[in-house]
Design a binder for this molecule. Structure first.
Ligand code: SF4
Length: 305
């Protein structure tokens, strides 16, 4: 097993620092985020794609605070049982940043808020509405928590929401879920939330993500993909798990880029309308392109990175 910051990465993890126009865009993205007191999962999760994504002017905002009420073993976001209440200025600040950055597609992710009666649903909705009000042409993708399985909270979040994509990650294969995710999360609850979201809003694209390298077998990955297709999930991302450091789940393996290609083809055969599969893929990586592919605006809707 490979643990913490000392894990040695295979050659296919090499990334490059932005230069020229990409560096200018990277600096602009950094200012838009920090000037509006916003948080991103790119920074909080120490994402390896930050130079690439920010250099292309995209980022994934993290709303409802900097602390999560859950303590999943794969995640770098800090945990607090009772974090401060969500910032009431956040929806407007977020909307301003999206406008300033000139985004056409924004991914908004959330921390779990088990401390709030609605698990944070009303704040998440306020963020979506504020972005839509200020920039009605921007496509909005919400990477949501499981809202503790609360269908009322999910309905209030989704009914009439100006949303193109509702994403919720199963994170890993079923067998490993109790070891990897907080005990309040479960594989079945995640499937239930995705399935119910589709029932409430069949017009909204659903999406999920699987991390590999946690000790799963290839067959278990296939089985997880089938579980998602059985409930009509449209888009899938598959990426390599990297451990944020000591005390987190270790990296057990590094599947090769060729294996990611095999999974991408399997996912396509299972009927996903868009698949991004590769060691560096994260659930929000190239999110706009993935949706475009699923909508038939680009050639395949399947790409390996
Ligand atoms: S992949 Fe997602 S989390 Fe990582 S830098 Fe890009 S937008 Fe941010």
């Amino acid at each position: 097993m490979l643990t913490g910051e000392r894990q040695r990465l295979p050659s296919w993890f090499k990334t490059t620092l932005p230069t020229g126009k990409k560096l200018v865009r990277y600096n602009q993205t950094t200012s838009s985020i920090h000037d509006n007191a916003l948080h991103t999962v790119c920074e909080e999760a120490k994402c390896p794609n930050v130079h690439d994504c920010w250099g292309r002017g995209t980022a994934t905002f993290m709303v409802a605070g900097q602390h999560c009420t859950r303590g999943c073993r794969f995640c770098a976001v800090s945990t607090l049982k009772k974090p401060p209440l969500p910032d009431s200025n956040e929806p407007e600040n977020l909307a301003l940043a999206v406008e300033n950055m000139g985004l056409s597609h924004v991914v908004i992710t959330v921390v779990n808020r088990d401390d709030l009666d609605d698990s944070g649903a009303s704040h998440y909705r306020a963020c979506i509405d504020a972005v839509h009000q200020r920039t009605p042409d921007v496509q909005i993708e919400l990477l949501c928590s499981d809202l503790a399985g609360d269908t009322d909270a999910l309905s209030s979040l989704l009914d009439g929401a100006p949303l193109q994509v509702f994403a919720h990650n199963i994170e890993c294969v079923e067998r490993l879920t109790p070891n990897v995710r907080d005990p309040r999360a479960s594989f079945d609850q995640s499937l239930f939330i995705l399935e119910t979201a589709k029932k409430i809003r069949p017009d909204v694209v659903t999406k999920s993500s699987i991390m590999v390298g946690l000790g799963e077998t290839n067959e278990e990955v296939t089985s997880a993909m089938k579980s998602l297709r059985n409930i009509d999930v449209d888009l899938l991302t598959l990426g390599q798990y990297l451990s944020p450091g000591k005390g987190h789940h270790p990296v057990v393996s590094f599947p090769t880029p060729e294996q990611f290609d095999i999974w991408a083809n399997e996912a396509k055969d299972l009927g996903f309308s868009g698949v991004a599969s590769g060691p560096l893929v994260r659930s929000s990586y190239r999110a706009a392109e993935l949706l475009d592919g699923a909508n038939g605006f680009s050639s395949e809707g399947v790409f390996e990175i």
